[in-house]
Design a protein around this ligand. Sequence first.
Ligand code: ATP
Ligand code: ATP
Ligand code: MG
Ligand code: MG
Ligand code: MG
Ligand code: MG
Length: 250
Amino acid sequence: MAKSKFEYVRYFEQENKCLKNCWIVVRIDGKNFHRFTEIHEFDKPNDINGLNLMSNAAVNVLREFSDINLAFGHSDEFSFVFKKKTNIFNRRSDKILSLVNSIFSSSFVFLWNKYFPNKQLIYAPAFDARIVLYPTDQNLRDYFSWRQADVHVNNLYNTCFWALVLKMGLSPVEAEEKLRGTLSSAKNELLYKNFDINYNNEPEIFRKGTVLVRKCISWEGATKPKSVIIPLHCDIIKDDFWNSHPEILD
Ligand code: ATP
Ligand code: ATP
Ligand code: MG
Ligand code: MG
Ligand code: MG
Ligand code: MG
């Protein structure tokens, strides 16, 4: 096709590429999910269907991109990591970021009815997204440690907050005041003494978040190995996880 005189505008486009050899992490986070979860009457502090919906939307992202072997999420966020050698879309960041976010967001809406068959989606949720590049394996591990440490801090706080509000009848402001500046040990004690909750016995999905790992499995009679995506709710800060799945860092 002949070039039109308008075509020069294409050269205004800027192409940002993700630096070679770096891990490409994409993190998405729900926009104002404080409100979204309130309007959609999520169980507090943790709505299990909401968490499973997030994970299933994330599984769709891993199905789409075979260069993602690991993802981690909790609450309204999920992080995806592309292999450092990936050449997907020539490592163009706009393409990577926009498609991961779009596949995740549309899957969240598409799968809503499966997890909330009796709840209508009242408005269209949105997610923000960013790309972060990590040059070393240690940086990548520290990134995931940071996100999982965040789950612990937030979930311990939220478990206390909602126990005070829902079980003790405090107002949100009173609950917040009571918790302000308290250490983890005091929060554990508050749960145990007042509500007979041993925080360590709370479900692992709430305390640790959800890890998705891609595994290649083969079995007798199979023509070729099959890639499966496995959800785990385990510690990813200590070495155990990384030693058990060494292929993630390949
Ligand atoms: P922002 O747009 O800045 O991200 P936000 O309201 O989404 O604002 P976050 O820090 O991302 O703020 O917090 C997410 C909120 O969504 C928290 O209030 C959290 O309790 C709630 N939330 C997310 N998932 C669930 C869930 N499965 N069950 C209950 N509450 C949830
Ligand atoms: P890519 O992922 O590279 O964008 P693509 O298949 O989306 O691949 P495009 O160049 O964006 O390629 O072309 C969009 C395609 O969708 C065209 O084949 C077009 O005919 C079809 N399409 C889009 N909207 C409509 C529509 N409303 N009715 C019929 N066909 C449509
Ligand atoms: Mg935020
Ligand atoms: Mg959010
Ligand atoms: Mg969040
Ligand atoms: Mg197109």
